[in-house]
Unconditional design. Structure first.
Length: 326
């Protein structure tokens, strides 16, 4: 018999971080009243460190505790997007909770979350995920009540697309056929499943309480803005497939996603290759950390882009001088 909830964790060369999150889930599931209804599934994406040893060690610990623990070990790294796609249909459960191997679970949160899901039986559950530098509550959920939201036009701004904050019903997962050629390389392979679930059965459960967070290393990450262009493009394409209205104005999907570099970032914004309207700005504001002049600042995109445009049209040389480029 399948479980009510399977926690699916994709991993690659993060043995220490994987061990940390598995330890947290082990202690939290053991003390949960829903212990018998929860399982763990790990997809090791061809790790070359000691990830497999950590998985085998935790397999024994979870098994001794009477908690279902399954894993899959790939012979080589197939890429993040394909790993997500392969994990979608692997667990036998009513709900799948994808959880990033480098994120952190808070104490005593599982029972409240499970109780809410069982009460509402949503197509997708979103909880407040603390993406640093936020430190208390996801800004988009402030003032919202726990419950079901049914306005499909609100979903693109309500849904937190951070993978660890989404719990999906498996009821409609088989009804949406993913085009690998479209999603592989976007960094968002799981997004079509989230929004197709919602458009099939418009029951979004907002659980506006912090359940998990990124770790401190998240502050060191750099994202190319193309990542977010791909996100909005995928969401809009799904809405079009279902003949539903979407407020997004851009549908461009750009692949592959390059590594972040300051000069590429600036050129894309200055030349309008990447367009962010006001709706998008509020969604991704403060997500991308810039380090111009060795300062690590979280900047407002509109102000930043306008300043750079002024510099650009005044003199390209000034832009290069700001960046320290000879």
């Amino acid at each position: 018999m399948g479980k009510f909830l399977i926690i699916s964790i994709p991993t690659y060369n993060r043995a220490d971080k994987l061990s940390r999150i598995l330890s947290l889930f082990l202690q939290e599931i053991i003390k949960s009243q829903f212990k018998d209804e929860i399982g763990i599934f790990i997809s090791n994406n061809g790790s070359t460190d000691n990830t497999m040893s950590a998985i085998i060690s935790f397999d024994e610990k979870f098994t001794r505790a009477g908690i279902q623990f399954e894993y899959e070990n790939k012979n080589k790294n197939i890429g993040m997007d394909l790993n997500y796609l392969n994990m979608i249909h692997a667990p036998n459960a009513k709900y799948i909770w994808f959880f990033s191997d480098d994120d952190v679970l808070f104490e005593n949160r599982i029972d409240g979350l499970m109780t809410s899901i069982k009460k509402h039986m949503p197509s997708v559950c979103n909880f407040s995920f603390i993406q640093k530098p936020y430190d208390s509550c996801n800004f988009r959920y402030k003032g919202l009540n726990e419950g079901i939201y049914t306005d499909v036009k609100e979903y693109p701004t309500l849904v937190t697309t951070k993978i660890s904050s989404c719990i999906l019903s498996t009821k409609h997962l088989g009804g949406y056929v993913i085009d690998d050629e479209v999603v592989v390389g976007t960094c968002w392979a799981y997004i079509p499943y989230i929004f197709s679930n919602l458009l099939e059965d418009n029951k979004l459960l907002i659980y506006p309480y912090p359940v998990a967070s990124s770790d401190d290393d998240h502050l060191q990450l750099r994202y190319d803005p193309i990542v977010f262009t791909n996100l909005y493009g995928l969401i809009e394409s799904i809405y079009k497939k279902y003949n539903r209205e979407c407020d997004f104005k851009q549908s461009k999907i750009i692949k592959p996603v390059p590594m972040f570099t300051d000069i590429n970032f600036l050129i894309k914004f200055i030349t309008d290759e990447v367009v962010l309207d006001d709706t998008h700005v509020e969604m991704i504001k403060k997500r991308i950390m810039l380090n111009l002049l060795d300062y690590k600042l979280w900047l407002d995109f509109r102000m930043y882009k306008n300043i750079l445009k002024l510099l650009f049209f005044t003199s390209r040389l000034k832009v290069f001088n700001v960046l320290g480029i000879k």
